[in-house]
Ligand binder design. Structure first.
Ligand SMILES: O=C[C@H](O)[C@H](O)[C@H](O)COP(=O)(O)O
Length: 297
């Protein structure tokens, strides 16, 4: 049987399971965490709390185009969106930031779209490697930051969800691997030299863990991790501009002045929400939080 072309539109009723069988989840990389139990780690509970609360507040019934970020916190975002029910989700299109979130959307039986079809997104929710006091973020620990930044820019509202380890004052204090820099493969050696000249003598090409050679992004590029001294990290926007100007650089994992709010699940089961305007909201732990929260205005 010929495979029908995949044409998804806003009104499409085509669901992924109408296509020829896909490999089972167990044959693919895990994208969904196990159902949380009492044995779930504190970190996982913190991620879940942040993700669920952010979804409850920012993914509203009127939102039809929704960006789904990457990383280990995002499966909880999708879990909570699925829990909103098929009635509200049947008219929504979900835009992934990479292979992982694409698989997550498909396996959750949500409608998949792409940002070239839907360049305007109602809300995107994503993880982060570190967030500073001005909500600037380091992203790209999973090498997804190019697509993540496109979806962050495309979104009317960009929300970050993370556990307490990511809540920082200055970028680079907690995330010490450096700024992820996606580069065109043939240019990597030159970019590496230029990053060293810019102040990152320990910049290194990110190597695969179960692969000989460098990791290759979903876009076919390499990633350099470039740690910079704190003086430079204190002004991430200037650093972003300088690194991005290097020829061969495709995107820089510094997301400046983009987030509307960052949700951090804490060790004690409480939640810290930091807003764009500097406001900090604390929500105390409750035995079975989060269940219901008021939507943000
Ligand atoms: O490239 C990966 C992304 O920027 C992730 O959103 C980031 O690494 C955070 O992932 P996690 O939620 O697993 O800490």
């Amino acid at each position: 049987m010929p495979i029908p072309p995949i044409v998804l539109t806003r009104d499409s009723s085509i669901l992924p399971d109408q296509y020829p069988a896909r490999p089972s989840l167990s044959e693919r990389p895990p994208t969904t965490p196990a159902v949380p139990t009492v044995a779930a780690t504190v970190i996982e509970e913190a991620k879940r709390l942040a993700a669920w609360t952010a979804v409850d507040r920012h993914v509203l019934p009127e939102h039809k185009i929704i960006g789904i970020g990457s990383g280990s916190t995002v499966p909880y975002v999708v879990e909570r969106i699925v829990a909103q029910g098929s009635e509200v989700n049947k008219d929504r299109i979900f835009i992934p930031t990479g292979f992982q979130s694409k698989e997550l959307i498909i396996s959750s039986k949500l409608h998949l779209g792409d940002v070239d079809q839907y360049p305007t997104i109602d809300v995107t929710i994503d993880g982060a490697d570190e967030v500073d006091s001005d909500l600037n973020c380091i992203k790209g620990g999973g090498a997804c930051h190019l697509r993540e930044k496109v979806l962050a820019e495309a979104a009317d509202t960009w929300i970050v969800v993370a556990d307490y380890r990511k809540n920082s004052q200055v970028l680079g204090r907690n995330w010490t691997h450096g700024i992820p820099v996606e580069v065109a493969p043939f240019a990597y050696a030159k970019v590496l030299l230029n990053l060293q000249l810019l102040g990152s003598p320990k910049a290194t090409l990110r190597m695969g863990k179960a692969k000989a050679g460098p990791i290759v992004t979903d876009n076919g590029n390499f990633v350099i991790d470039a740690p910079f001294p704190e003086e430079q990290m204190k002004d991430p926007y200037t650093l972003l501009a300088r690194v991005k100007m290097l020829t061969g650089v495709v995107e820089v994992g510094l997301f400046c002045h983009m987030a509307k709010a960052a949700y951090f699940g804490n060790q004690d089961g409480s939640l810290t929400i930091r807003w764009q305007d500097g406001k900090i909201e604390q929500i105390a732990a409750t035995p079975d939080a989060p269940t219901q929260v008021e939507p943000a205005v």
